[in-house]
Design a protein around this ligand. Structure first.
Ligand SMILES: [Zn+2]
Length: 326
């Protein structure tokens, strides 16, 4: 018998052969583009640690979304940077808050063509930069829930298709579901940041939205990065509380969590390819240390292969340019 009888290289011989046996394929519709809307900005404000990415003034959000749609991407997630912050994060649920106004503008322009997701949290809106209400230097769970509920209802009222609670407070999905239903928004979906880890990879985002905590850190509410079982337990709780989509955040260092969640739960799964992951990629590319387009395809294909149905990524805006390099 000749050796080897199994030759794995046969199906790798040509580009077309490799194409027809590809197990996953990135599609622009898998991607969600984050937009940071800044109430104070007059022009796009560059974010130093996120090359080619900007905080936008309210009047440029519609134009940005139009460019996203032209790329074949169908959804965006909105984050707000309010002109004033306070201890209670009250601008987060203001009817004329910056995110609420952005949602209204987007829905007026695009209707159902664009899926508008809005982040539900307080960290961009509190003067102390934490995701919840603080008392004596500690983040209060239950009083934060009442505020998150108001935030979600105000965003749904403005027209958000999906609200995405990211504060990692216990019981947040259930309280938000109840609040939405009571207010008549039983069709507004919840994308739960269920497995959100306390991560060093959020650093550029905090620069972007000026949400660096002024005391302590977020480890009393975000997950310990050593724990996978605890992450799955969080996800299970969120399903029981009424989540429609689950999320793992960050993505690259947590592919095992994405994979395990996909195997365990029958519910759409999102992964957040976060700011620090973007910053690392851009920094290496700017130094000529990696081929950026190929690296993007490899990273995002890996996240999809692990099991993510949706990938939130700052790279979505240029999807057509890098997708052609697969
Ligand atoms: Zn937050």
């Amino acid at each position: 018998m000749s050796f080897p009888s199994v030759r794995m290289r046969r199906l790798r011989t040509t580009t077309a052969l490799r194409e027809i046996i590809s197990e996953v394929e990135l599609n622009p519709r898998d991607l969600v583009y984050p937009i940071f809307v800044d109430e104070k900005a007059k022009n796009p404000i560059p974010i130093k640690s996120m090359p080619s990415y900007y905080r936008l003034p309210l009047n440029q959000v519609v134009n940005e979304a139009r460019q996203i749609l032209e790329q074949g991407v169908k959804s965006i997630i909105l984050f707000g940077v309010p002109s004033k912050k306070d201890d209670a994060g009250s601008e987060a649920f203001a009817d004329n808050g910056v995110v609420q106004r952005a949602i209204r503008n987007l829905k007026k322009e695009f209707g159902d063509e664009l899926v508008v997701i809005s982040d539900v949290c307080l960290c961009e809106y509190t003067s102390h930069g934490h995701c919840g209400i603080a008392k004596n230097g500690k983040i209060q769970n239950d009083s934060t829930l009442e505020v998150l509920q108001k935030v979600a209802v105000s965003q749904a009222n403005a027209g958000a298709d999906i609200v995405a609670p990211s504060a990692m407070m216990d019981g947040q999905v259930q309280l938000i579901r109840e609040g939405l239903d009571d207010a008549g928004f039983d069709q507004t979906a919840i994308l739960a940041y269920s497995a959100k880890f306390a991560s060093s990879f959020y650093h550029p985002f905090r620069e972007a939205v000026e949400s660096t905590p002024q005391f302590g850190n977020r480890k009393t509410y975000q997950l310990n990065y050593r724990n996978a079982r605890e992450a799955l337990r969080e996800m299970e709780l969120d399903i029981n509380e009424g989540a429609d989509i689950l999320m793992v955040k960050p993505a690259i260092a947590y592919l095992d969590i994405i994979h395990a969640a996909k195997a365990k739960f029958n519910i759409p799964l999102a992964a957040y390819n976060v700011s620090g992951e973007y910053a690392m990629l851009k920094a290496a590319a700017q130094n000529g240390w990696i081929d950026e387009k190929i690296a993007i395809c490899e990273i995002l294909s890996g996240i999809k292969r692990a099991g993510a149905d949706l990938i939130i990524t700052y790279l979505a805006k240029d999807v057509k340019s890098w997708l052609s390099s697969t």
